[in-house]
Write a protein that binds this ligand. Structure first.
Ligand SMILES: [Fe+2]
Length: 248
């Protein structure tokens, strides 16, 4: 006996296949959009890096500083077990943390000596300027906060907002530790680079009070694991401050 085809069943099969094909096409479009979005993000980030490089051209004392702080911040974030997306963001914010110095007059930025109170007031704007530079980019909103708060101190003595402890984003607390170590172990116009042990002593003395305790422990562990640590200490120009409380 010949089998009978149910016309309605056939229509359903055709409709299902069309729906499935449309769904697959939508997935491909979504993947294309995701890839394009990532490309746009990368292009924006490359542009920001261009600005950071421009800063290093403007202020030779920061040369190499941004790269070291970015790399160390990323490693510390990973050592603290933060999610990979946070680790990436912290590394990028570390690289760009001083980007606001592009808006600081060279007379202040390159002054070969201590800043007077008025000059300090100008210099203290650089975290705010940096956050404003990256503010238009929604995908970097967390990084903008890290840039804004990279001179905060856990005891509330930092700037620009005097945040205390956990009020400071963890990324900013990590960047601070790397930033201060690099500042201390860099040559400055008015003093030579301090020894690695001296810088570590400063971080240890401030851990839990000025600096995030976990970030300091992870950072010191990182330095100990780096066989190149001795090469990182020595003649290295920087315009950052001489101690944990008042680096520029
Ligand atoms: Fe800074």
């Amino acid at each position: 006996m010949a089998s009978r085809v149910d016309p309605s069943s056939n229509d359903l099969t055709v409709a299902y296949r069309r729906l499935s094909a449309a769904y697959q096409q939508t997935l491909r479009y979504a993947e294309d959009v995701r890839r394009l979005y990532q490309q746009v993000q990368r292009a924006i980030y490359q542009s920001l890096l261009g600005l950071a490089n421009a800063l290093e051209a403007k202020d030779p004392y920061t040369r190499g500083h941004s790269e070291r702080v970015g790399a160390w911040s990323r490693s510390v974030a990973a050592a603290l077990g933060l999610p990979p997306s946070d680790v990436d963001m912290i590394g990028q914010a570390g690289l760009l943390h001083d980007i606001g110095k592009i808006g600081i007059p060279e007379a202040v930025l390159r002054k070969p000596g201590e800043l007077d109170p008025d000059e300090w007031a100008v210099m203290r704007n650089h975290p705010l300027i940096g956050a404003q530079i990256v503010a238009p980019f929604d995908f970097f909103a967390a990084g903008a906060l890290m840039i804004r708060h990279h001179h905060e101190r856990c005891d509330g003595s930092g700037y620009p907002d005097g945040l205390v402890g956990d009020e400071i984003p963890i990324g900013a607390r990590i960047i601070t530790v790397a930033d201060v170590y690099d500042a201390l172990t860099s040559n400055r116009p008015y003093r030579a680079a301090l020894a690695h042990a001296t810088a570590v002593g400063t971080l240890t003395a401030g851990a839990g009070r000025i600096f995030d305790e976990d970030a300091v422990a992870a950072f010191i562990g990182l330095l100990q694991s780096l066989s190149t640590v001795r090469h990182d200490v020595g003649p290295r120009p920087s315009q950052h401050g001489a101690n944990g409380r008042t680096p520029r």
